[in-house]
Write a protein that binds this ligand. Structure first.
Ligand code: SAM
Length: 286
């Protein structure tokens, strides 16, 4: 039975707010053992991945999210050779990491084989073939288990998971114990970053994640960037023992990007400074 046109996806921003997003067609609708997976053609945002009803990324603005997740910690690290990505099913985080010339090995660990397979087939504009790069290893595994079992050490760890207030499968990967394990698999001088959902709409959850990172890492930096298809400014939190992304000049960001052959659409030296100085979105209590 054809769905009446135009139809929309009601995307929750919080329990009280939602985006109404017009959809041209639903390309894929499947259920894995972990989550509801959809790939939709949005009239305003192009093709996008939706997990459990929450937009993860769309062609129109995923570059904002993935460039701001990846490049501030990568640029802050003087020589990132080995990078671990936990989550990042679309492959766009991997795409951005592999832009950095010094990267010799990038391991991407996602729990859901269906998400990765569907992304490989239907989200080519996002992964751009990154998952087939000879430097990349894509593993299908729970990130919690991988971090507990790996003997490898990494210069940069990127946690690109579903939201901390989202599905159960990622909740444990925002806890203090998990961050302690992340810290134990980081090389000396390493840095980690996690996406942390929305400090405006889920202040308690955000503060819990922030306090867990602060319990483990001496240098913690918060930043956020507006992502139109999310309907909020997404938060990022970095943790390190001695790398401080808030303490880099714009010209040093630019020279590192140039030296490493990194080209971007949204991120550059001035954007870096803006990100590091933009206040964190917090609601006024009412
Ligand atoms: N860019 C999205 C965002 O922040 O809105 C998130 C990126 S991606 C779609 C989130 C990924 O986290 C999904 O592919 C999901 O399968 C993966 N994931 C969730 N829990 C996980 C876990 N415990 N271990 C590994 N991957 C996990």
């Amino acid at each position: 039975m054809p769905i009446p046109k135009p139809f929309v996806i009601l995307q929750p921003v919080s329990e009280e707010t939602a985006l109404i997003m017009k959809v041209r067609s639903i390309l894929v609708q499947e259920t894995s053992q972990y989550q509801e997976i959809a790939i939709a053609e949005f009239t305003e945002y192009g093709r996008g991945l939706v997990l459990d009803g929450l937009v993860q990324s769309t062609e129109a603005d995923e570059h904002i999210y993935h460039e701001c997740l990846v490049h501030p910690p990568m640029v802050a690290h003087p020589d990132p050779r080995k990078v671990l990505i936990v989550g990042g099913g679309e492959g766009a985080t991997l795409r951005e990491v592999l832009k950095h010339g010094p990267v010799k090995r990038a391991v991407m660990v996602d729990i859901d084989e269906k998400v990765v397979d569907l992304a490989r087939r239907h989200l080519g504009t996002m992964h751009m073939g990154a998952m087939s790069d000879p430097r990349a290893s894509v593993l299908i595994m729970d990130g919690l288990k991988y971090i507990a079992e790996t003997e490898e050490k990494f210069d940069v760890v990127i946690l690109d998971l579903t939201d901390p207030y989202g599905p159960e499968i990622s909740k444990m990967l925002y806890g203090e114990e998990f961050y302690r394990r992340v810290s134990s698999i980081m090389e000396e001088g390493g840095i980690m970053v996690t996406q942390a959902g929305s400090s405006f709409y889920y202040p308690e959850t955000y503060d819990m994640v922030l306090s867990n990172v602060r319990s483990v890492f001496p240098i913690v930096v918060e930043y956020n960037v507006w992502v139109p298809s999310f309907g909020y400014a997404v938060n990022f939190i970095t943790g390190s023992s001695n790398v401080d992304p808030a303490n880099i000049a714009a010209e040093d960001v630019e020279s590192r990007l140039r030296a490493r052959g990194v080209t971007t659409k949204f991120y550059n030296g001035r954007t870096h400074i803006a990100l590091m100085n933009m206040p964190i979105f917090r609601r006024l209590s009412h």
